[in-house]
Design a protein around this ligand. Structure first.
Ligand SMILES: *Cc1c(COP(=O)(O)O)cnc(C)c1O
Length: 433
């Protein structure tokens, strides 16, 4: 007898950040997603859902977009992948040129490709360390990062991260990082001459339950970095490609970092590809006489994967041809209105919105937080699924971050599904029979 996909999954798979004992419990029926179109996903039974968290913050223009599919198919007819060690290819070269043109400030001049947000961070970390070694500042070895930050799951990226739940358990194997929580905190820091770089998620910390930084903070951070000659690394893995309302988050405070990491939305959410953008100064600090002397000692087998680069170019074209950002402005306003309508709900605490990203805190009727062990956030998302919305909470914060192509009508249904999900879990007696 052939197993169903769910049975095959339970027999052979191990999922990220998942208690597999719960996953494999006979009472748990995994949702098997088979296809997608625009902002919608469809399961093997034919049920449709709005992709409320853009397939974990990656999708931009919708699923199975004909233009992105066609670009991947065209590249596939040429070649899927070639080594970037010792060779180059036209698609990567065109994409690098495009990213440099698009990143505001005309300060970032070179692009280093890798595979995902974590490896883009690893590249930035290694650039920041090796640059100082070979440019007369060997004492600048330290990193600064913000409390409750998230920069990925590889060891270097977890070292910079500040989420206890994710990062603390590997502390014995991480490099030391000084954490600060605010600009005031940073102003008190007295050992800046030992620091090579500071890393921030600009405007909004995603995994920290969509925590929004005070307005102007990013510009203050840039000024602090200039005063102390510390590199500013902007982790735009989540915020990049329109999510915050502008193509990149740093635009909103006219800040140009020294290093920028891009991943999730880079290919429109189709293929794993990442980029680390750097200034001319950092790049020049690696020039020398021959491969043995000062090249960046870093790289992956799938660097600059041609299919990924083709998808990324097609996604950037769509920002122009579909006027994605121009159309997004009204949707952001509509999201704000719809969320304001939820604000009076007795089980909704704070709502935070940055561009087309929202975090909605669930609270008890007296406004206090729930016991995390009750997993109310997860229960509400499971209930919302029955009303056509797929998303995943961060503890008891619901995340609404649909693809930028989501229509206002779809947005209305999504917020309605959130309301119904909450009512079903927390106010069951008030539901109509
Ligand atoms: C998701 C994320 C990462 C890690 O990216 P992966 O592709 O999952 O490795 C890094 N930084 C931020 C801000 C993210 O949201």
């Amino acid at each position: 007898m052939k197993l169903t996909p769910a049975e095959q999954d339970k027999a052979s798979l191990w999922h990220p950040f998942t208690q597999m004992a719960d996953w494999c419990d006979p009472g748990h029926e995994p949702l098997v997603l088979q296809s997608g179109k625009g902002a919608m996903l469809r399961d093997i039974h034919g049920n449709e859902y709005l992709d409320g968290n853009s397939s974990i913050w990656t999708n931009i223009h919708g699923h199975a977009h004909p233009a992105i599919n066609a670009a991947i198919e065209a590249q596939l007819r040429e070649v899927a992948h070639v080594s970037f060690l010792g060779f180059t290819h036209p698609t990567a070269a065109a994409l690098a040129e495009r990213l440099i043109e698009l990143y505001p400030g005309n300060h970032l001049k070179k692009v280093f490709f890798s595979d995902n947000g974590s490896t883009a961070m690893e590249a930035a970390i290694k650039m920041a360390v090796q640059y100082r070694q070979q440019n007369g500042e060997p004492e600048r070895t330290g990193f600064l990062a913000f409390e409750n930050a998230y920069h990925g799951d590889t060891m270097g990226a977890t070292s910079l991260g500040g989420m206890r739940l994710f990062h603390q358990r590997f502390a014995t194997h991480q490099f030391p990082v000084t954490q600060v929580s605010t600009m005031q905190d940073l102003e008190k820091f007295s050992a800046a001459e030992q620091i090579t770089a500071i890393v921030i998620e600009p405007l909004i910390q995603g995994v920290n339950r969509m925590h929004i930084w005070p307005k102007g903070m990013l510009a203050e951070l840039r000024a602090w970095c200039d005063r102390h000659d510390v590199f500013l690394i902007a982790d735009e893995v989540m915020t990049g490609f329109g999510r915050t309302g502008t193509l990149f988050a740093c635009e909103q405070e006219n800040v140009t970092p020294d290093l920028v990491t891009l991943a999730k939305g880079l290919t429109g959410g189709y293929l794993p590809l990442a980029a680390t953008l750097t200034s001319q100064r950092i790049y020049d600090g690696f020039l020398g006489a021959g491969d043995m002397e000062r090249p960046l000692y870093y790289g992956h087998s799938y660097t600059a994967n041609a299919l990924g680069c083709a998808a990324a170019l097609a996604s950037l074209d769509l920002f122009e041809s579909e006027r994605t950002l121009e159309n997004l402005a009204a949707k952001i306003t509509r999201m704000r209105e719809l969320l304001a309508g939820l604000q009076t709900h007795p089980h909704i605490g704070a709502i935070r919105q940055c561009g087309f990203i929202a975090g909605i805190d669930l609270v008890a009727a007296d406004g206090s937080p729930f016991d995390p062990a009750a997993r109310i956030g997860k229960q509400v998302c499971d209930a919302a699924r029955k009303h056509g919305l797929l998303t995943r909470p961060i503890l008891d914060t619901l995340v609404l971050m649909p693809p930028l192509c989501t229509t206002e009508t779809q947005l209305e249904s999504a917020v309605e599904a959130v309301r119904k999900g909450i009512d079903q879990v927390l106010r069951p007696c008030q539901l109509p029979a």
